[in-house]
Design a protein around this ligand. Sequence first.
Ligand code: SAM
Length: 295
Amino acid sequence: MFSYRHAFHAGNHADVLKHTTLIAVLRYLMQKEASIQYVDTHAGAGLYRLDGDYAEKSGEASEGILKVIQAKQALTSPIVLDYLEMVNSFNSTDKTRVYPGSPFIIHQLLRHDSRDRLKLYELHPTDHKALVGNVAQLEAGRAIQIKSEDGFEALKALLPPPLSSSGSRRACVLMDPSYELKSDYARVLDSVQDSLKRFATGTYLVWYPVIPRTEAHDLPRKLKLLCQPIKKPWLNATFAIGRATEGDDNGLSASGMLVVNPPHTLKGQLQAALPELEQILGRGPGQGFLVESGG
Ligand code: SAM
């Protein structure tokens, strides 16, 4: 069984990039009336304690969301401010104790007139149980469905999404594996390829680690190549906090988000957000960001 537990990493710099991007994409999609089917293929536990054993042991949030909160006064990027407000909405004003994972972020933005649907997949038995318990508090009814199934496999049956009352089909998929298994890289690629065949106009968000491993390096390149012949627009953003001290190669220091069929507004939003995040979270050699698009 997997040993990865997102509770150790919740609110780190990778979550800051991932969740800022996710919220910006969702806000854009929700400007149109028609209903949307959201799929979170790798959901995690949904909600995390930043003052719990896991987070305190790793201290990763203190190099991520907690630093962003401290720097609030200096922030001007609307999408980072929006992300911060989202996290704050789960906390009282004095201390940030709770961090919302992607299921809770998406749920917060769902239109609660039973228009939108959210499908969550989580394979780890402990995190699945925690997710079920956390989501139960939301009393979301039919709007949220949770399954202890392989998210890549399950996605096949969900695309194309059902017709909305206005006769359109809309879907947004977040693929956020832990890449604990080397096979995850190839599975993401296959899954995006298959999904685009089933539903070419869906918005697909893929998070990936930037690490010195061939598969990790190749994934964004292969995703871009996949989009080229079928003329699908893509956006790729990477964000690196660099090394705190020379020779410190412990832990993840950079990650990326590749979005297929991104909102046209996303590039400008990230180009404004990432310099601010670098200013706040950058630690030294290797820090920086990239925003590129094509298709
Ligand atoms: N998306 C979450 C968020 O942003 O809050 C974090 C997800 S975490 C990076 C990845 C999760 O995927 C882990 O909880 C892991 O147990 C789960 N997982 C791993 N392989 C899976 C699979 N094939 N299908 C569904 N879940 C899987």
